[in-house]
Write a protein that binds this ligand. Structure first.
Ligand SMILES: [Zn+2]
Length: 392
């Protein structure tokens, strides 16, 4: 009964119609990029003689993406690649961004900014307002690169961050910490005094933090627990929500140091500031993140990046992520980077997961239709609007 099967798997109308606010993503690569290397966080099994398409992410890609380019689902990859290049990068990006059905985008501009489309260009493609998320470590590395003294670093950083937050252009709605990538999430709780920041900045600029050498005279890659923690407190001082990379990411992270429970002391210390803390990605610690969002009033969580990497398992893991988290504190994000397909794939798998989650409760008579509509609105857009103060 194909029609019944299709009906059973169709999205709930409230989910289908909901424009999603993507509260953490990056730009599309200006020059295009390699489909396979951008699809997952690793080599896709290439070293084992395979391809990235031999994964749940790859199979979801092949099912969902070809129709956006006018091809049947599961179209052969060679045909897909040919269609993609005949349409051209601008057309392909426009189709996938429009098909994602986004209500707004909050773009992290701190990673490879020159290679990516700007927030304004991304907003135009998506037909939605675009906002900026400032990566704290990028501001710190920029300040270090202009050669301030270690003693002047704390003040110079505060000034630079204030200027970035107030700069003309897309409104800055949050800051983001990638401490997870550099030192892990076992951060101290207290705001470091300026004297400690100066000592840490001196170690970093002299290349003494043990994380590689600058060589060219520029400071080495920033990876110093005191400095990451200082940046976070400076972001909170500006009253901006602080996004944290948590859990899953590429092989630069030590995943065992990215459990959000390691942030517990810092979360406690930040609570009186009233600044929202946004735990991003979280997989495979999505249940831990839900717990933290339940017990700390300022903590929020999402499942970005994992959504498209999990393919058809996104529905099951989304249900796990929603077990404990207050429904007013869970948000949608794609964490898409580079490849236009990822904005669409992530939004599609998220909609499917949310629809499956709601339908199971409607069918069991546990939730009313009104509950399903309300929760879709909260998770899909209203929670992000409230936290980031976005317009209606
Ligand atoms: Zn990201």
């Amino acid at each position: 009964m194909p029609s019944e099967r299709a009906a059973a798997s169709a999205l709930l109308p409230c989910v289908l119609e909901q424009r999603l606010i993507d509260h953490h993503c990056h730009g599309v690569l200006r020059e295009g990029g390699d489909l396979e290397t951008l699809l997952t966080e690793g080599d896709g099994g290439a070293a084992a003689g395979g391809t990235a398409y031999d994964s749940l992410a790859g199979l979801a890609f092949r099912r969902m993406c070809p129709p956006v380019l006018g091809l049947p689902p599961h179209a052969p990859l060679a045909e897909y690649a040919a269609r993609r290049s005949s349409l051209g990068a601008a057309e392909v990006s426009g189709r996938f961004l429009a098909a994602a059905g986004l209500g707004a985008l909050c773009l992290d501009t701190g990673f490879q900014p020159r290679a990516l489309l700007s927030p304004a260009e991304m907003g135009a493609l998506a037909g939605a307002p675009a906002y900026e998320v400032v990566r704290l470590e990028q501001v710190g590395e920029d300040v270090g690169a202009v050669g301030v003294s270690a003693y002047a670093f704390a003040d110079a950083f505060r000034t630079a961050l204030e200027e970035r937050a107030a700069a003309a252009g897309p409104r800055v709605v949050a800051v983001k910490s990638i401490a997870a990538y550099r030192v892990g999430l076992g951060l101290g709780a207290e705001r470091p005094p300026d004297a400690e920041v100066a000592a840490a900045a001196g170690r970093w600029m002299r290349g003494g933090t043990g994380n590689g050498s600058g060589g060219s005279g520029a400071p080495p890659r920033l990876a110093d627990e005191t400095l990451h923690r200082f940046f976070i407190w400076c972001g909170a001082d500006l009253g901006l929500p602080v996004q944290f990379h948590v859990g899953y990411g590429d092989r630069d992270i030590d995943l065992h140091r990215c459990n959000p429970l390691l942030l517990t002391g810092l979360l406690r210390a930040l609570e009186p500031s009233g600044v929202p803390v946004m735990l991003l990605h979280n997989y495979p610690y999505h249940r831990e993140a839900g717990y933290l969002a339940q017990v700390f009033p300022h903590v929020h969580a999402d499942l970005g990046l994992a959504t498209h990497n999990l393919g058809d398992r996104a529905s099951g893991v989304l249900a796990e992520a929603l077990e404990l988290v207050p429904l007013r504190k869970f948000l949608y994000s794609s964490d898409a980077f580079g490849l236009p397909e990822l904005y669409y794939l992530s939004a599609s798998l998220f909609r499917r997961g949310l629809s499956d989650f709601l339908r199971a409760r409607l069918d069991a008579g546990d939730w009313t239709e009104a509950d399903a509509v309300r929760v879709t609105g909260l998770i899909g857009a209203e929670n992000a609007r409230r936290v980031y103060g976005l317009g209606a």
